[in-house]
Design a protein. Structure first.
Length: 457
């Protein structure tokens, strides 16, 4: 009987898993394998919150596999070397894995393919595992990718998706294969105290709950910062504990404007993946340069630190940054507001903001993080590159009674209603009673500086 290795990467689930399904065809024994590769750390993809969430995901995956009669084999080292070693130990003749599209994933796959060819073992890669529609499947005439979201969304919406597959009923794993202990959260430092639990079981339960409770109101309230009716499924998409294909199918079955608005957000994720796959350099350089001369020096560094610590003097900005520090996650509207404030009001390089987000976000995906930052900074795919989000107006619109600010900026908890968004307008003695900083810069001054830097005035 032949044996196949299934290499798990960012697809830590047993439901709707094309590599696992293909490997099990013909009644093969399989080796479910995860390699903890130090190259991931060196590439900057590892951070305490993501390592903690990953540990949850691996333990959940192992439990699921044991429930099917198998187990997860964990090794540490170079991916190609460790897979090659397991192939030899198991005498496997096939390796199945999700096909990657980022530069790091493509390099990893080519190294693995070379290592396996010498062993006479074939590597099979499978599409539509990380995304609903694989990058490169949809292209406009005359280009290798879509640079504008709306036409991409039209094509993406019309694209037929494969039918999601259920989890296998059983599987068999060679008993003799050695596995390292599963990692845990214990011993990890710098993990956000409010970090959510990871794993496919958590993700599927969260999806069921959100569809039942909040999908219907998502279109009207997805920007409501205090209400927080967003799905919070982005970490599960990032680690692949939920399938993007299954998510779209289930949302479509649920139906309604809220589900359609949610599907549009899944499409945004695919959009950014196809941009980065076609332009890998955009993870660190401007997709469309605006000739920015970002601020540097001591004052800029102090402003950056104040932004990171949530003490800019603008409550809605500080609330969102403190949510990020506490939960390792931030509401999407908060991400837009804080990114606009850093790049347009403080006029600091988007890369500094992107690095800070990646250091904390449990859903820290390079494509979505870097390209969303550029979208806000006006150096990406946005067709309105000079848009500036006024944090006071954003606070009044998306946190009208100030509940979100009071939740995350307790210094201002005594202020009622929308007054919490402009504490600097309080009378002198009353203002002095609140231990909260003055604004780093006035909004008119920040706007004037930005317009001058972009030669808009």
């Amino acid at each position: 009987m032949t044996i196949a290795v299934v290499l798990f990467t960012s697809d830590l689930r047993v439901h709707d898993h094309p590599p696992l399904r293909a490997a099990l065809e013909g009644g093969r024994e399989i080796v479910p394998l995860f390699v903890r590769d130090p190259a991931v750390d060196r590439a900057g993809f590892a951070a305490p919150n993501r390592l903690a969430f990953l540990a949850d995901c691996l333990r959940d995956l192992d439990a699921s596999l044991r429930g099917l009669g198998g187990r997860l084999v964990v090794r540490t080292g170079d991916t190609a070397a460790e897979v090659h070693r397991v192939v030899r130990e198991a005498e496997a003749d096939e390796v199945h894995m999700a096909g990657g599209h980022a530069a790091f994933a493509r390099t990893r796959e080519s190294g693995l393919r070379r290592a396996l060819e010498a062993e006479g073992c074939r590597l099979y890669t499978h599409d539509a595992v990380f995304t609903a529609v694989p990058p490169g499947d949809l292209t406009p005439q005359g280009s290798d990718h879509f640079a504008v979201f709306t036409p991409y969304f039209r094509r993406w919406s019309a694209e037929p998706l494969r039918t999601p597959w259920p989890a296998p009923r059983e599987l068999r794993v060679p008993a003799s294969l050695r596995s390292e202990d599963l990692p845990g959260r214990a011993g990890l430092s710098g993990v956000s105290p409010g970090l959510a639990a990871g794993g496919e079981g958590e993700g599927r339960a969260q999806l069921r709950s959100w569809l039942a409770r909040h999908a219907a109101e998502y279109e009207d309230r997805h920007d409501d910062l205090a209400g927080d009716v967003t799905s919070r499924l982005s970490p599960h998409l990032h680690f692949g504990t939920l399938s993007a294909v299954e998510l779209v199918h289930r949302a479509r079955r649920h139906g309604g404007p809220g589900a359609e608005a949610f599907i549009r957000q899944v499409c945004w994720r695919d959009f950014h993946q196809q941009v980065l796959a076609a332009r890998p350099e955009s993870s660190g350089t401007d997709y469309r340069s605006r000739g920015d001369r970002w601020r540097h020096g001591r004052e800029a560094a102090a402003d950056l630190l104040a932004w990171q610590e949530g003490r800019t003097g603008y409550p809605i900005v500080d609330a969102a940054m403190r949510q990020l520090a506490h939960e390792g996650w931030m509401h999407n509207r908060g991400r837009l507001i804080t990114a606009s404030f850093l790049t347009k009001t403080l006029y600091l390089d988007w890369r500094a903001g992107a690095r800070h987000f990646l250091s904390l976000l449990v859903d820290g995906d390079v494509a979505n993080n870097q390209l969303n930052w550029q979208w806000v900074a006006g150096t990406g795919t946005d067709t309105r590159p000079n848009r500036v989000l006024n944090p006071v107006l954003q606070g009044r619109r998306y946190d009208p009674d100030g509940a979100y600010v009071r939740r995350w900026v307790p210094e201002l908890a005594g202020l009622d209603g929308p007054d919490v968004h402009e504490p600097w307008r309080l009378p002198g003695l009353e203002r002095a009673a609140y231990d909260y900083p003055d604004p780093l810069i006035s909004l008119p001054d920040g706007l004037a500086r930005f317009r001058h830097a972009r030669s808009l005035e």
